[in-house]
Design a protein around this ligand. Sequence first.
Ligand SMILES: Cc1cc2nc3c(=O)[nH]c(=O)nc-3n(C[C@H](O)[C@H](O)[C@H](O)COP(=O)(O)O)c2cc1C
Length: 249
Amino acid sequence: MCKNTKRPEEVHARYYPDNWDNKSISSLFIPDATYPRLCGVDFVTTIFNFKRGTAMTTVAVVYHSGYGHTAEVAKAVARGAAGVDGIDTRLVRVEDIEKHWQDLDEADAIVFGAPTYMGSASAPFKAFMDASSKVWFTQGWKDKIAAGFTHSGSQSGDKFNSLVQLFTFAMQHGMVWVGLGLMPGNNSSKGSVNDLNRLGGFGGSMTQSAVDQGAEAIPASDLKTAEELGRRVARVTLQFAGERALATA
Ligand SMILES: Cc1cc2nc3c(=O)[nH]c(=O)nc-3n(C[C@H](O)[C@H](O)[C@H](O)COP(=O)(O)O)c2cc1C
C-alpha cells in the first residue's frame, strides 16, 4: 500500500485546474476500488495518459535475428515490459521497419536488440541504424528511453562491443539509456548458470547459447534476465513519462 495517496480530484485540481472533468478521470482510470493502490509515479502516469488520450505507455522492441535466437530474447524483453501495468509493447523486426517507423516515433521507449556477428551488431541491424539517420536529422527520438540487448554463441564473443554500439547509437539520437540494473550472477562459488544475469553484464541484457543449437537452448536464466530488462525499461519509462507530464503541465 502506498503512502501519500491522493484522491484523483486532488491531483487534478493541483496540476490541471482548468479544463478537465474530474468525474471522467476517476471513473475511466481510477475506480474507487483500485485508486488506493495508485500513488506517485503510477498515479501521475495515469493522469498523463489520460491527458494525451491514451491509456497506455508504449515500449517498442526493434531487433534483428538471423536464426531465431535474438527473436526469443526480444520476446522476453517485451514480455517483461508488458507485465508492468499501463504498458503496451510493439515488437518490430528490422526487416519490416519500413512499415513501422511511425510505431517507433510514437513509442515512449525503444529497446534495440541484435545478435553479435563478428564482434558487433549484425549487418541488418546496422542497416536499420543507418536508415534511422532520417529520424536523427530531426532528433525525432530525443528524450525517449532506450535500452539494448545482444545474443551470441560464445560466452563473451565480444558482446560488450555490440552493447556499446547500441548505446552510442541511442546517444546519437539524444535518447536516455537504461542499463540492466542487476547484480552479476554466477560469479562466486555459490553461483550457477541458473542465476539471473549469469554473464554479468550491466549496460544491457547479454545472453548466449551454443551455435549448434536452436533458440530452445537459450538458458531460462537468460530469458528471465531479458525480461528483467524489459520490466526495468517499462518502469523507468512510466516514471519518465509522468515526470515529463508534470514538467509540461
Ligand atoms: C556471421 C556470424 C558472425 C558471428 N560472430 C559471432 C561473434 O563475433 N561472437 C559470438 O560469440 N558469436 C558469433 N556468432 C554466433 C551468433 O552470435 C549466435 O549464433 C547467435 O545465436 C545468433 O543469433 P540469431 O539466431 O538471433 O541470429 C556469429 C554468427 C554469425 C552467423
